[in-house]
Design a protein around this ligand. Sequence first.
Ligand code: B12
Ligand code: SF4
Length: 548
Amino acid sequence: MSVIPLKSLKSSAYQISPASHIGDAISASGLGVERIPRKKIHCVLPSSPWLADSKTNIPLGVLYIAGLLRAEGHEVVVTSMLDKRYEGNIHLPDEVMDADVHMFGFCTPQFGESLELAAYIKDRAPQALVVAGGPHPSYEPAEVKAAVRQAAYHVKGSLRERRDYSKGLDNRPLFDTVIVMEGERATLQMLTDWHHGRLQPFYYGDKQDAMDLDAIPFPAWDLLPDDHIFNDGIAVMKKPYRESHKRPGSYPVMSMIGTRGCPYKCIYCSTPWIGQKPRYRSPANQIAEMQAIFDLGVRQIKWQDDTYTLHRTKLRELAEAIHAEFGDSFASRVHTRVNTMDDHIAHSLHLMNCKVTCFGIESGSQRVLDANMKGTTTEQNTRAIKVAKEHGFFTVAFLVAGLAGETVETAQETMDWLEEVRPYLDSCNLAVGIPYPGSRFWTHPVESQIEIVDYNYDNQWIVGFSARDEIIVRPYGVTYDEMFKIKENLFNHLVALGYAKAEWDEDVRIRKQQAQAEDAGVLKTWTYANAAEERYGSAPGGISYAGH
Ligand code: B12
Ligand code: SF4
């Protein structure tokens, strides 16, 4: 068995921010949170094996926690598996194994890997505190807290029922505590309790008591390995816009987020801030972070805000401030909704050197948009793409095959819509409907009119830009076979329209990775099933489930 070292280790310098304001703010708030003696804290970024650009899209959440803990005076080390193929063979170096606290931040498909790493740490450093946080622990805290050592952390193929992670090789939970939702305040409270020997199983980031975003230290992206910072920015920016002034010939991009909270309630979405009043960082605070990023040598920013153009007045204020500070010395990309795009907003985006605008289109069918509570219209979809194109942005549409309400007819409407916007749309991303924990799809599949056909978290990596991917969800209005056909047709249609060469290459890349993974005999492989029966055994191909 070969040992794959987690090489991407970079130790932080010991830094105490003179303005460790978050700790002070909490102490002042009377919550009983105090600054505990300096600890060594290890933050883990599990792998994203099936993402083309994982190094280019760093997880800000766990890095926010790392930045906070560093500002509180702790020694923070970061292990990143982002660009690694996780193969189940773990070796963690002494530099991290002697940490007092190990902190894992993960999305749902990273759960298995996080558990295995936690087991490795528990076996070798039983005295250390092992903490889970981030999207999956926030949505399924009980599952994460109860999880124990497993005989196999990954399973191949599909699962027709939820896996019970509380059953395994013993009955000792792998995570000592779980941080639910917003992590900053909860993490400090947790560490104080731990220090005093009163650790609780769960800590909740209470939205009623949310932090002032300007008081939170910047994410500790500087603790990432160099190649994460000097990444392949073209994967995100589509073109080489702004060269690194520190690394000539390289065009890296860095992620930033200016808001938390999304007021919309799309039923397939599990954004932790869903249905919440958005909170905004001030322009000055964002400009300070941009400057720190530019100081690293990066001059391209991908704004990771769910809906960047949500508030037109705040956006203009921010854009003007950014423009006054940095002129056109950088380039950026945003994601947004189609109902928040017009000439005024486009002008603001120009002020902040936006080059790429991405829209959550989801479907070309009004029926599907309504069934998923998207709160947009197909007319808005078309108008937003046209406005963005007229203003010279590179336009990207995100589509999902198999959302609630999808039928053969609605998929055809999406294909028709694509033809209509072909002159204005530069690129397309196709995903399949996935019931992510945290979404209404997951909590209320019947009301959402979907059948969850695969509960295997490992398969929630799936992207749809291939005719051969699996399906995870079957909308009630189609059979399994029809759902496969819909995906295949949509994919073929995108190919016929000549879209997104990069994504086509991505499909080749994924297949290549799959072949390599199979050759290496690793635990996790992908299967590209063509027929529903092959995938789900008893699947009643040909029987319509319409009208459930
Ligand atoms: C940017 C982004 C990406 C980027 C970066 C990934 C990342 N993990 O940040 C890219 C493009 C790579 C990406 C990919 C994917 N993403 Co994404 N992504 C986002 C997005 C839009 C913003 C993330 C962000 O920066 N948020 C802001 C920070 C401050 O919030 P946060 O990450 O939640 O962190 C806070 C808390 O969760 C907590 N916390 C986080 N980590 C930790 C760790 C510890 C130890 C502690 C104590 C606390 C803690 O404290 C943080 C600060 O308060 C979110 C939606 C959203 N608005 O959050 C989706 C989201 C996280 N993504 C999601 C999904 C599904 C994916 C993919 C699985 C998609 C796919 N099919 O492959 C992959 C997974 C990749 C991965 N390894 O994470 C889902 C997660 C659902 C779930 N149940 O897991 C979300 C919520 C989107 C959604 N609306 O459904 N994504
Ligand atoms: S899909 Fe976008 S707009 Fe809808 S709830 Fe999620 S983050 Fe908000």
